[in-house]
Design a protein around this ligand. Structure first.
Ligand code: SF4
Ligand code: FES
Length: 239
């Protein structure tokens, strides 16, 4: 369908839920779409012109802050850099999975940050704006946690971003307690819980490759175990 300006239109089917609602529902909004229209543009247009109660979160508009993560046609994306053109005539927009919905497209990120906390986050880059520091390439968007099939079945699983952070800590401790990090990740809910689905690396918009980091972490944990065993064996073999 085209409007008078020659723009096509798309039907957005948007997840809606508010605390106190009996159950979630989907609302449909027809939106104009140009070649550069992003999902976030369209949703902000909906909020401006069709439904001011639509709840969503964003900040930077250029894939840097990590706040606009959501699922579009079932795929975890940053809405601010995901163009609608080419996604089809009907596009389903839903909040990230694996976290409680606060309202419509906004989820509570406490579980995500809680998973990162044990690292002490010592790899935060120095910045004059202390409150805005963050862990290297990771933009803390939570897409990996939403895409991970293990998170859906194990709420205690540390998850891709936290394990990737742990892997970086071991590569470059910068004062971190290496043994504490190893104890944190060498656990049934840590590095060994990953099923190597690699969904996290597929969706990561920042090139962190958390699945690759988890595989490297496992190799390091195995090497550590083997060298501990070898040390034990040497001690026992001594006369
Ligand atoms: S590892 Fe990637 S997908 Fe996961 S929170 Fe960080 S930037 Fe987002
Ligand atoms: S609005 Fe900042 S990453 Fe999308």
């Amino acid at each position: 369908m085209s409007d008078r300006r020659g723009l096509g239109t798309v039907l957005l089917r948007v997840f809606r839920y508010r605390n106190g609602d009996g159950a979630p529902r989907y609302d449909e909004f027809r939106v104009p779409v140009g070649p550069r229209t992003t999902v976030l543009d369209a949703l902000l247009g909906v909020r401006r012109r069709q439904d001011p109660t639509l709840t969503l979160r964003h900040s930077c508009l250029h894939a840097s802050c990590g706040t606009c993560g959501m699922r579009v046609n079932g795929q975890e994306v940053l809405a601010c850099v995901t163009r609608l053109d080419g996604l089809g005539d009907r596009v389903v927009v839903e909040p990230l999975a694996g976290a409680p919905v606060v309202g419509d497209l906004v989820v509570d990120m406490e579980g995500f940050y809680g998973r990162l906390e044990p690292s002490g986050r010592p790899l935060l880059r120095a910045s004059e704006l202390a409150d805005l520091e963050r862990f290297e390439d990771c933009i803390e968007c939570g897409l990996c946690l939403s895409a991970c099939p293990v998170v859906a079945t194990d709420p205690h699983y540390l998850g891709p971003a936290a394990l990737a952070a742990a892997g970086r800590l071991l590569e470059e401790p910068r004062g971190a307690d290496r043994e504490a990090v190893l104890g944190w990740v060498d656990d049934a809910h840590g590095a060994w819980r990953c099923h190597a689905a690699f969904e996290c690396s597929e969706v990561c918009p920042a090139g962190v490759d958390p699945a690759g980091a988890i595989m490297r972490l496992r190799r390091r944990l195995l090497r550590d175990r083997l060298s501990r065993l070898a040390g034990l064996h040497d001690r026992e073999a001594r006369p």
